[in-house]
Write a protein of this length. Structure first.
Length: 157
């Protein structure tokens, strides 16, 4: 798979749940988002990985970044849809191509899984992430002249 600074991007297995949980916990902590903690995340990640309900790609050894994908059947075609739920690189390792390598590998993984649609969301103020996504020609429907403005809504249940 893609490389950054000589670090290979690899697919995580259930045995990587602790590292995935640590990175996800660090991500939420960095952005002041709630997190259930590393232990609870590790248990859930192991369960989801074992059931092939998520795909996690890891950069570096020990892992310094991740891309977490959900690939599911599409309603609108016989292909799959891919949703990049999380893309995170630890702050000390940013600016060295790890995020780019993870995104490239995530798109490649989605294609290999038969997806014909790839989507994600990011914060309006996260200009570094937006620049990365736009460099891959991902379309921000909010600013697209050829369609309606798309809005993101959520509800905690």
């Amino acid at each position: 798979m893609a490389t950054a600074e000589g670090n290979r991007i690899r697919r995580a297995g259930a045995s990587d749940a602790g590292d995935v949980a640590r990175l996800l916990n660090d991500f939420n902590t960095e952005y002041d988002e709630p997190t259930p903690g590393v232990a609870a995340l590790a248990e859930r990640v192991a369960e989801l990985l074992a059931g092939d309900q998520i795909v996690v790609l890891l950069a570096g050894e020990p892992p310094l970044g991740l891309a977490l994908l959900r690939i599911r059947p599409s309603l609108w075609s016989t292909a799959a849809d891919a949703y990049l739920e999380e893309l995170y690189v630890a702050p000390a390792h940013r600016g060295h191509g790890h995020g780019r390598a993870l995104l490239e590998a995530a798109i490649e993984t989605a294609r290999e899984a038969g997806a014909d649609h790839f989507e994600l969301t990011t914060g309006e103020t996260d200009t570094a992430a937006r620049a990365l996504y736009e460099s891959f020609n991902l379309t921000n429907r909010e600013g697209a002249p050829d369609g309606p403005r798309m809005l993101y809504y959520e509800l905690d249940l």
